[in-house]
Design a protein around this ligand. Structure first.
Ligand SMILES: Nc1nc2c(ncn2[C@@H]2O[C@H](COP(=O)(O)OP(=O)(O)O)[C@@H](O)[C@H]2O)c(=O)[nH]1
Ligand SMILES: [Mg+2]
Length: 297
């Protein structure tokens, strides 16, 4: 019996928990079952109560108090503790049928996605054939307002790609909070952000001020050791060009658009999730209740 799941990831405040809540509401409205797993030990408020909550295993406040750790160190400790107590997950998830979509709501600390190998270990454990064997995909959220600052947008896209390469499960990249930028970009311009276009850096509005002041930047010849190049932003631009080039070379990142308050967009993302984990292929045909005939029996 297969199990199906999605791990909702991304930096703090991008709207992961809001998306999880919107997804659960949408599943319920469509008579589907969700199993909500909160893995953010610092989470405080939920629209839907989690079915399984890491805070019942370990509290980040206790960890910070007792071990004198900061919030990031506390989070890493909580995850290491979870990895030593994987029964906590197995016991709750083992009996779920293929009808469920298991939704993992993750913390936002970027260390978790880039610096330390805990998440790949957790994903391996969840997907391991013969054990939980969850067909899992990752949904990596990046906030749509990042497109208003191109350097930020490319840095965010690089972290999305880093998570993608690290986890080795089907991966969806999502621009969240699209409602916040919908009046600020033309459709044609938005397209260049949906699939990252490196030439965005050539006509970056952030350069307009510099151009007006007569500062011309040639990122290719900028020497990082040159103080003038550094102060004029040329080396920063060179770094950004390198990041954009890397994204283009890999050609792996493109985005789906999400507004969690718009059910249609949540439904569209769900259809991508279903597709990459092949959810529908495993479902038994359901009998359609027909009251007319039932009365005759
Ligand atoms: N405008 C808008 N705000 C959103 C959306 N999704 C989340 N938010 C807001 O963003 C903030 C952080 O959301 P949350 O889901 O807690 O982020 P998390 O830290 O990634 O779990 C909250 O104030 C949400 O109300 C969205 O689609 N549109
Ligand atoms: Mg959250």
């Amino acid at each position: 019996m297969s199990k199906y799941g999605v791990m909702v990831m991304g930096p703090a405040g991008v709207g992961k928990s809001t998306f999880c809540a919107a997804l659960i509401t949408h599943l319920q409205l469509n008579r589907r079952s969700a199993f909500y797993v909160n893995l953010d030990p610092a989470a405080e408020h939920f629209e839907h109560q989690p079915d399984l909550d890491i805070r019942d295993l370990i509290s980040v406040d206790d960890v910070m108090d007792e071990l004198k750790l900061g919030p990031n160190g506390g989070l890493i400790y909580c995850f290491e503790f979870l990895m030593e107590n994987l029964d906590f997950l197995t016991e709750a998830l083992d009996s779920l049928t293929e009808e469920y979509l298991i939704i993992f709501d993750m913390p936002g600390q970027v260390e978790l996605y880039t610096h330390i190998p805990i998440l790949p270990r957790l994903v391996k454990f969840l997907t391991q054939p013969g054990a939980l064997d969850i067909r899992l995909c990752a949904a990596y959220l990046l906030e749509a307002t990042f497109v208003l600052d191109r350097a930020k947008y490319f840095a965010g896209s690089l972290s999305a790609m880093s998570a993608m390469l690290m986890l080795e499960v089907p991966h969806l990249n999502i621009l969240s909070k699209m409602d916040l930028i919908k009046d600020q970009l033309r459709k044609k311009d938005l397209k260049r952000f949906i699939t990252p276009d490196p030439s965005l850096l050539d006509d970056d509005p952030a350069d307009a001020g510099r151009k007006r002041a007569g500062v011309t930047i040639d990122p290719h010849s900028a020497d990082p050791k040159d103080k003038d190049a550094l102060m004029s932003g040329a080396t920063f631009k060179r770094l950004n060009s390198a990041v954009a080039g890397l994204l283009e070379t890999f050609g792996m990142v493109s985005y789906l658009k999400l507004s969690s308050n718009d059910e249609e967009s949540v439904g569209a993302i769900l259809s991508y999730i279903d597709d990459v984990i092949q959810f529908h292929e495993a479902q038994e045909p359901k009998e359609i209740p027909d009251p007319e005939y039932e009365d005759d029996v």
